[in-house]
Design a protein around this ligand. Structure first.
Ligand code: NCD
Length: 310
């Protein structure tokens, strides 16, 4: 794999299993494997977990990091430079005068990572492209499911919240499709329905179980995983529409009693109001453990792209 742009690249179960094994092997890793190499993190949108865990992963591997965390306003983008030109400069043609050996890009436009990869002389990782995909988050999500429940097959997963703009859900759907016999219930406030491209993946793989506008209703069938998402405020054209749906789904303490004892509650974070803080201490609340898994998974991504999986 040269670049990581979409979880479609992991639809082949052998590829996904090999990656999950590499992530497991990366737990707690501290090694000078990539000494002398530089990762450029280029973020045109805000981030806490994704950028820090990628940068920490590179440093844990003995590499170095150059970073632009407000790339939209602090890079030459503000002067009108295209994304393609910026990537060409950072990666060069991959030759000895390149600025960086790998690029991690977050950008507000869906498709931006693919455009950037097409001109990049070094591996490029999509760290979120608008309302498109967020493949590295989904890889840590599926890794979390494997760690918590011991399997990525025969699962009933409830995807809940902003399924329209939530890119982590879009990416997770391909990985659930790589498993066997997984089923998915969709729970969303009416205007935030899953786009057809992703709905078709569920239908084509025989995974689509049903949909509801009511979160409690979605729990009746005892899902193994409830995956909550934030309403993606920054993608809305209308503040009034955002205000209408922002608090539509809140997972609070009473809902915990509807959740199966062996189920887990996940969220890519940041949460706003979607999960009440009193839920945090329940052992089924897996979202903080999920965020910690960002490190081994991103170490594994760097090992895969820089070291051929060694
Ligand atoms: C997600 C994102 O950026 O899409 N955040 C993350 O990387 N963990 C989810 C979100 O912002 O709601």
């Amino acid at each position: 794999m040269n670049h990581v742009i979409s979880t479609k690249q992991f639809l082949d179960r052998k590829v996904l299993d090999a990656f999950l094994a590499l992530a497991l092997d990366s737990e707690g890793m501290r090694a000078s494997y990539v000494g002398g190499r530089i990762m450029a993190s280029l973020f045109y949108e805000p981030s806490t977990r994704t950028r820090f865990s990628f940068e920490a992963a590179m440093l844990r591997l003995g590499g170095q990091v150059i970073s632009s965390d407000h790339a939209g306003s602090f890079s030459s983008a503000i002067k009108g430079e295209t994304l393609e030109d910026s990537i060409r400069i950072i990666s060069g043609d991959g030759g000895i005068n390149r600025y960086a050996d790998i690029i991690v890009l977050r950008h507000p436009e869906a498709g931006a990572a693919e455009r950037a990869a097409s001109v990049s002389g070094v591996p490029l990782i999509n760290a979120g492209d608008g309302d498109g995909e967020h493949p590295t988050q989904a890889l840590l999500d599926i890794y979390t499911i494997k760690k918590e429940l011991g399997r990525i097959d025969n699962l009933h997963v409830c995807l809940a919240g902003d399924l329209k703009y939530g890119r982590t859900v879009h990416s997770l759907i391909h990985l659930l499709a790589a498993g066997k016999n997984n089923r998915v219930t969709l729970a969303f406030p009416e205007p935030l329905d899953l786009p057809d491209d992703y709905r078709n993946v569920l239908v084509d793989h025989g995974m689509y179980l049903g949909e509801t506008y009511d979160l409690e209703d979605a729990l009746r069938d005892n899902p193994d995983v409830v995956y909550m998402t934030r309403v993606q405020k920054e993608r809305f054209d209308s503040k009034a529409l955002y205000d209408d749906v922002r608090n539509a789904f809140v997972f609070d303490e009473p809902l915990l009693s509807c959740l199966d004892q062996n189920a887990i509650l996940m969220h890519p974070l940041p949460r706003v109001n979607e999960i009440a803080p009193e839920v945090d201490t329940d052992p089924r609340a897996a979202y903080f453990r999920q965020a910690q898994n960002g490190l081994p998974v991103r170490i594994a991504l760097l090992r895969m792209l820089l070291l051929g999986g060694k």
